[in-house]
Design a protein around this ligand. Structure first.
Ligand SMILES: Cc1cc2nc3c(=O)[nH]c(=O)nc-3n(C[C@H](O)[C@H](O)[C@H](O)COP(=O)(O)OP(=O)(O)OC[C@H]3O[C@@H](n4cnc5c(N)ncnc54)[C@H](O)[C@@H]3O)c2cc1C
Length: 391
């Protein structure tokens, strides 16, 4: 196994032309200003409600940076461009916030289409879905709270289970592993129960279904151990995507408003400690747990590389994957892939208007902290300077 360094921007941006790099530079410079992101967010929301023709502008800028296209066929270029550098694609239908039964059926159909597209294509090693794309949020909340469902809700819940089953059965039939994303803690119990059920059905020979564990929660290291015991007891393999977690503010606000203890770790350091401890635990039990490290954290990624060496897990062992989001942390993805590790990037897609909430989150994530240049922007600047010296 080669020595890994994430400093090499030449490898990180090898697939990007000077024009691509300049576009990214402009975009990250703009989103680095908190006030611009706030104004941009308000402007796009107003523009869409007034039906102003701004889709083209968004598509050429922020959408191009973070999304693969508006539909599966549109993503062909992104899949090929990543595949050329041995990086897999995870097609992520990123339409959010729908609440109608027809929309849930549509999302289930779309997810089945991603599985069909992935089958037999080594450039698409996983598929993914969010349970909130298939179920009403309030219903998931009720199931998670173990509240009594009325007859109508029972029927609705059965439909949700049917959608999840159809997707996982198709994944198993085509041999395409599938991630179930993690969401807010007050709907997560319902998601975990669905994931356990699917893993017990489909993970007998190999990990097909992966649950997601958010290590920013205080209770999740224990949860991993319990999930492992359950898998051992019922003789199936555990599939886990490990992330830190994306809903920290929402979690804190709800806990304060409803006066219960915040489930989130007391500090970033605590999240980091548990994340790396989760990697330790999974690698120690690699014969029973397949993992995907969904992280942009350099230290955690290097920690996993070290663990693979320690436990003599080959770089290309398909029980260990690294994953980042399209348009972010290419220095991690491309350097790991170049060294022979398994890497796949989430490639979000969907109609411009519908993926807007996803894009706004990416912009907000890249605003400057205390006036410092953000990491993505620093890397782009470094690569621009390197190219300038060469010319
Ligand atoms: C491939 C992939 C898949 C993902 N899937 C999911 C998913 O299914 N569900 C989901 O919720 N998220 C998901 N995420 C997002 C993820 O949870 C993180 O929000 C994001 O990746 C940033 O964390 P990091 O590990 O990359 O790195 P870092 O930048 O090192 O960590 C930032 C994270 O640390 C935690 N944190 C920050 N400050 C504090 C604090 N004061 N106290 C406690 N914790 C803190 C937060 O989780 C924050 O997001 C995914 C990310 C990737 C790359």
């Amino acid at each position: 196994m080669s020595h890994i360094s994430f400093d090499n921007t030449e490898i990180a941006f090898a697939s990007k032309s000077d024009a691509d790099l300049n576009r990214s530079y402009l975009l990250f410079t703009m989103v680095s200003r908190t006030s611009w992101v706030k104004i941009g967010k308000r402007f796009t929301n107003i523009a869409f409600s007034l039906r102003l023709p701004i889709s083209g502008l968004i598509k050429a800028t922020i959408f191009k940076q973070f999304c693969g296209g508006e539909n599966i066929d549109d993503c062909a270029n992104a899949i090929k461009a990543l595949g050329d550098y041995k990086i897999g694609t995870i097609l992520d239908y990123s339409v959010e916030g729908k609440e109608a039964e027809e929309e849930f059926d549509k999302t289930a159909g779309e997810t089945l289409d991603t599985i069909k597209r992935a089958a037999g294509d080594s450039n698409i090693p996983f598929c993914v879905f969010k349970v909130t794309g298939l179920a009403r949020f309030a219903l998931l909340e009720k199931v998670s709270a173990q509240a009594q469902l009325n007859t109508q809700e029972e029927k609705e819940w059965q439909k949700v289970k049917d959608r999840v089953l159809r997707i996982c059965a198709q994944a198993a039939a085509t041999g395409v592993p599938i991630f179930i994303d993690a969401e807010e803690s007050w709907i997560q119990s319902a998601i975990d129960a669905l994931a356990d059920d699917m893993m017990s059905q489909f993970n007998k020979q190999k990990a097909i279904v992966y649950n997601t564990v958010q290590l920013y929660r205080k209770d999740r290291l224990e949860f991993i151990k319990k999930s492992h015991s359950l898998a051992q007891k019922n003789a199936y393999l555990l599939g886990l995507k490990l992330v830190r977690g994306a809903y920290m503010e929402k979690e804190r606000e709800r806990a304060t408003a409803m006066n219960y203890q915040n489930p989130i770790q007391n500090s970033k350091e605590d999240s980091d400690i548990d994340y790396n401890a989760a990697l330790d635990y999974c690698l120690e039990h690699i014969n029973e747990i397949a993992i995907c490290a969904g992280t942009h954290n350099e230290k955690s990624s290097l920690h996993l590389v070290e663990l693979m060496k320690k436990f003599k897990v080959p770089a290309n062992d398909n029980r260990v994957y690294f994953s980042q989001l399209l348009g972010m942390s290419d220095h991690i993805s491309y350097n790991l892939a170049q060294a022979g590790y398994n890497v796949a990037k989430y490639v979000p897609y969907g109609p411009v208007k519908d993926v807007l909430p996803y894009l706004i989150r990416r912009a907000e994530e890249n605003t400057s902290v205390k006036g410092q240049t953000g990491r993505e922007l620093s890397l782009i600047i470094k690569e621009k300077q390197r190219r300038k010296k060469q010319h």
